[in-house]
Design a protein around this ligand. Structure first.
Ligand code: ATP
Length: 236
C-alpha cells in the first residue's frame, strides 16, 4: 500500500490527507497544532502532533519510508523551507509543497522539491479552462506542462476508429478512455442513461457522436485540439 506524509493540516493539507485515505493510501498526518491533529483523527488513524522543523521528531516517526511527502504549509516560508531541507536530508525521495509566492516556489525547486503548488493559481486555471469551453467537462493539470481533459468528441472524430484518427501523430495527444452513454430502461420502466467507460480503448474502437473522450497531452496540444473542435463546431 502506498504511504504518504502530509505536513500541515489546514484546509489544503487535511483535504489531501482525507482524499488519499479514501483512496486506500496509508497517511501520516502531521501538524504542530494539537487541535488540527485532533480534527483529522476523525478519518486518519496515524495523526501526529509534532514540529516539522524538528529533525529528530520526524526521524522518530519513520518518515523516510514514505513514497512522497506533501508540505502543506504556505504562509510561513521559513518553516516550509526548513521542513523541505530536513525531508531531503533524511532521504524522503519525493517532496511536494504548497507555496504562496513565486519566490517560495523558486527556493523550494532549487532545494530539490519535485513539485510546488500554488493552490489559488492551480484552481483558478482549472476553472477558467472549464468556463471558456462548453466542450470541457473536466480539466486536470497533471504537471506544469501536461493536462488530462475530458471533452465531447470533436465532430471530425465521429465515425472514425482510433487507428484511423492516429491522434498521437496528428495531434500529439493520447485518447486514454471513451465514455459512452447508452439509453436504456431501468427495472421500474424509466428511461435512463447507462454510462460506460472504456479505459485504454483499442485501435478498432469507433467514436460516436454522444461520446466523451479523456485525452492526455501537453497543455498546448490539448488546447489546440479543443480550439480546433470549437472552430469546426461553429462552422457546422
Ligand atoms: P490552509 O490554507 O491550507 O487552510 P492555513 O491557512 O491554516 O492553511 P498555513 O500557514 O498554510 O495556513 O498552515 C497550514 C498548517 O500548517 C496549519 O495547520 C499549521 O498549524 C501547520 N504548521 C505550521 N507550522 C508548522 C510546523 N512547524 N510543524 C507542523 N505543522 C505546522
Amino acid at each position: 500500500m502506498a504511504q504518504f506524509a502530509v505536513i500541515g493540516l489546514g484546509r489544503f493539507g487535511s483535504t489531501i490527507a482525507e482524499t488519499l485515505i479514501k483512496k486506500g493510501a496509508d497517511v501520516i498526518a502531521i501538524d504542530n497544532d494539537e487541535k488540527k491533529v485532533e480534527e483529522v483523527r476523525n478519518f486518519a488513524t496515524n495523526a501526529v502532533c509534532l514540529d516539522s522543523t524538528d529533525e529528530q521528531a520526524l526521524r522518530a516517526i519513520d518518515i523516510t519510508n514514505v513514497d512522497a511527502a506533501v508540505i502543506a504549509i504556505g504562509e510561513n516560508i521559513e518553516v516550509s523551507v526548513l521542513t523541505a531541507a530536513i525531508l531531503r536530508k533524511i532521504g524522503v525521495s519525493k517532496v511536494y509543497a504548497k507555496v504562496d509566492s513565486e519566490l517560495h516556489s523558486r527556493i523550494l525547486s532549487i532545494m530539490g522539491v519535485q513539485r510546488t503548488i500554488f493552490p489559488e493559481q492551480y484552481v483558478g486555471r482549472e476553472i477558467a479552462n472549464l468556463l471558456t469551453s462548453q466542450h470541457i467537462f473536466n480539466y486536470t493539470e497533471i504537471s506544469k506542462e501536461h493536462s488530462l481533459v475530458e471533452i465531447t468528441v470533436p465532430s471530425f472524430f465521429v465515425g472514425k476508429t482510433l487507428k484511423d484518427l492516429d491522434v498521437r501523430n496528428k495531434y500529439n495527444i493520447s485518447i486514454i478512455a471513451i465514455k459512452r452513454s447508452e439509453p436504456t430502461v431501468d427495472e421500474f420502466g424509466n428511461n435512463v442513461l447507462l454510462e460506460e467507460t472504456n479505459v485504454i480503448p483499442s485501435g478498432d474502437d469507433m467514436l460516436q457522436e454522444s461520446d466523451r473522450i479523456l485525452i492526455i497531452g501537453k497543455n498546448n496540444d490539448v488546447d489546440r485540439l479543443i480550439r480546433l473542435s470549437e472552430k469546426r463546431q461553429t462552422k457546422e
